[in-house]
Structures are given as C-alpha cells and as structure tokens.
Design a protein around this ligand. Structure first.
Ligand SMILES: Cc1ncc(COP(=O)(O)O)c(C=O)c1O
Length: 375
C-alpha cells in the first residue's frame, strides 16, 4: 500500500533528537529552528518528558473519559497556575483543529447563532468549522463552504462591526500573532476593539493560541502581551505536548457545562496528560517564558543588523524574517549546506523560525552565520 501523498517531503530521514539537535540515519547532525511546525517547546526528548511518559506507560496508557482520571486535574491545575487562567475550565482534545472546532461549537451553543468571523491569512485547521474559518481555498472542500463564515481584512474593525450588525455571528476567531500567514502581529487596538465589539453584539471572542501559545512568545499566551484582554475561549495544541498529540480549550466561567455537550474518545488520555504536564513542569523549572522572551528579543535585534534582511517581526521565539525575494531556495540551501531546519509561511518572502524555548544563543549564532553564508 502507498501512502496518500499530500506532503512535499524534504530529502532527510531523522532518526533521533536531543534538545535542538537532530540526527539522521547516517549520524549527520542538524539544528532545529522549526520544531516540526512549532510543536517542540521544551526540546526533543527532554529527559523529564521522557521519564514522565515512560512512568505513565508502565502504569496505564489509556482509559476513556468515563472514569476518574486524576492526572487531568493535575494538568488543569498546573495550566491554570502558569497561564493565570485559574478561573477558566479546560476541555481536552487531540489537535489544534479539534480545539478550534470545539471552541467554535461552544460559541455557537452559547449564543444560539451560527456565523463566525475570521481574518485574511488566518489558519485554524482542517476540520469542518475550523477550515471554513481558514483563509486558504485550496484546503476548503465544497462541503466546508459556509455562507455565514466570513473572512475579513486584518485590522479593520469597521468591517467587523458591519458583519456583526447582521446579528448572525456566534464568534470571532483570531490568532494574536498569525503563524502560517507569516508572523503578523495583531495590534493592541485591534484585539481590544474585537473584544469590545464581541461583547456589544453578543458574540464570543476565540483566541487561537495553537501556534503562539504555551510560552512561544515569552508570555504563556501571545494575547497576554495585551493588558486587560480576556478572551471567552482559548484554543491550544502544538507546544502543549512537545510532540505528543494533545489539544485543548480554555473556557471562561460564563459558559455552562452539561453532560455530553462536548466529547472525544482519546482526548485527555493518561499518556497525553503526562506529556503535557511534563511540558508545564519544564517550562516552570527552567524558567522558559523568561528565556524565550529575553533570548528571542536579543535574537530579533541581532538579526536586524543584517543589511540584506527587509524586516524581522515577532515576539519571543515566534519570528518572521522578510526578504525582497522568495525564500524557497534560501531555505533549502540552509538545510542542505548547513543542516538547519527553518520554516516557510503562506507569504513566500518570509522565513519562519519557531525553535524550542530553551534553544541556546550559540545555536542561534550558527543560524545567523549560515544565513550570511547562504545569501
Ligand atoms: C494557529 C493554528 N491553528 C490551528 C492549527 C491546526 O492545528 P492541527 O494541525 O494540530 O490541527 C494550526 C496548525 O498549523 C495553527 O497554526
């Protein structure tokens, strides 16, 4: 049987990883500045992560959400503590798309409405409602097209209010920093304006923190760079499990739970909770929010010295580097000649960097040297 070929593959087979280093089958070393689409938050095979998963596996890997699972409570307590959202509730699922799908459903259940507002260049995943809110016709099948899901221009509050006045909008979904779209940072005024408008028109504000959350930007969530912004729903995945599949939504105290409202077979399983708990424990013990903020700021400033770079944008370790020309060849040269993984985005001139939160400065210097040599 063949694999269904939907992924363009790089000519590399990675066999092992440690921290920000990877090794292929022949033992060649690579540096990872991309974390497999922003997934690696605490570094590959972090010893605490490995130990927690192994210990859990020796006890039990899975039982369904029909019994007491104390490790879910441990996870929600630690998540509340580190994110500052102690008064919110946690629903666990398996991926970013599933998290957004559930967030959109919650907005719809709570308001009794069906419409969703999202934004140009946004990416929210490939399940039915998430993909309808995603600005990429190539990944949206005819069965996902929704007349009441509208994709509006970035930073245009007037357009948002015009749509809200129609009275059909259940929720507004937005990434505080667009990832796939090319590291576009929403302004404070825009996000706070959306929050006000959502309240005014009885719609829910959903912050998609799937890529930007779990410490990537130097705050636990990217929207926490903005004082007083409190979304109704926050979706998470990627860095939450450092490679173990897990997603979730944080739900504000205004929502009421009822049995059967949301559900999943695998979401919140023992192993996934152990993985995510390990991530939070490492973020706390290694002070990784501070590390991502300080080292990220230093690196962004450092890159700005390079005269051939048009613009460097980002916060912490969510960084976009703009060039005058398309970056496909540059990215492939950096991988082939310098063994460094970097990322692209839907903006063809933007190189995207999403390294582990504990990457070291000397590794970032190696990338800078490779960039200079490859340009
Ligand atoms: C902001 C954002 N939301 C949602 C998703 C979808 O996540 P998943 O691939 O885990 O379904 C992604 C994936 O890239 C993302 O970047």
């Amino acid at each position: 049987m063949n694999l269904f070929e939907v992924y363009p593959l790089m000519p590399v087979t990675i066999k092992s990883g440690k921290g920000s280093k990877l090794w292929d089958e022949e033992g060649n070393e690579y540096l990872d500045l991309y974390g497999g689409h922003a997934v690696i938050s605490i570094g590959h095979s972090h010893p605490h992560f490995v130990q927690r998963i192994k210990e859990q596996l020796d006890q039990i890997a899975f039982y369904s959400n029909s019994i007491q699972i104390p490790i879910q409570k441990l996870l929600s307590q630690k998540l509340g503590e580190l994110s500052g959202y102690e008064d919110y509730s946690l629903f666990l699922c398996n991926s970013g798309a599933e998290a957004n799908e559930n967030a959109i459903k919650m907005a719809s259940f709570a308001t009794g409405k069906s419409g969703i507002i999202s934004f140009e260049k946004g990416f929210h995943g490939r399940t039915s409602a998430a993909v309808a809110a995603t600005d990429n016709p190539r990944v949206t099948a005819p069965c996902n097209q929704r007349e009441d899901f509208v994709i509006l221009p970035w930073e245009n509050l007037e357009e948002v209010e015009k749509e809200l006045r129609k009275g059909r909008t259940a929720g507004i979904i937005i990434e505080a920093i667009q990832g796939v779209g090319g590291i576009n940072i929403a302004s404070d005024e825009f996000l706070l304006g959306l929050s006000d408008l959502a309240k005014k028109y009885d719609a829910k504000l959903i912050l998609d923190e799937v890529q930007a959350g779990f410490g990537r930007t130097g705050k636990f969530f990217a929207h926490q760079w903005i004082k007083d912004l409190k979304p109704d729903l926050i979706s998470m995945a990627k860095g939450m499990g450092n490679g173990f599949p897990i997603g979730g939504i944080l739900i504000s105290p205004d929502f009421e739970a009822s049995y059967g409202l949301l559900g999943t077979t695998f979401g919140g399983n023992h192993l996934a909770c152990a993985a995510s708990l390990a991530v939070l424990e490492v973020i706390e013990s290694e002070n990784l929010l501070m590390q991502a903020k300080e080292t990220g700021e230093w690196f962004i400033e450092d890159l700005k010295d390079l005269p051939f770079i048009k613009e460097v944008r980002g916060r912490g370790f969510m960084i976009g580097i703009d060039f005058d020309q398309e970056i496909a060849k540059l990215r492939s040269d950096i991988l082939t000649n310098h063994h460094i993984f970097t990322g692209s985005s839907s903006k063809k001139q933007t190189l995207r960097l999403l390294p582990a939160l504990n990457i070291q400065r000397n590794d970032l210097n190696s990338f800078k040297a490779a960039l200079v040599a490859s340009f």
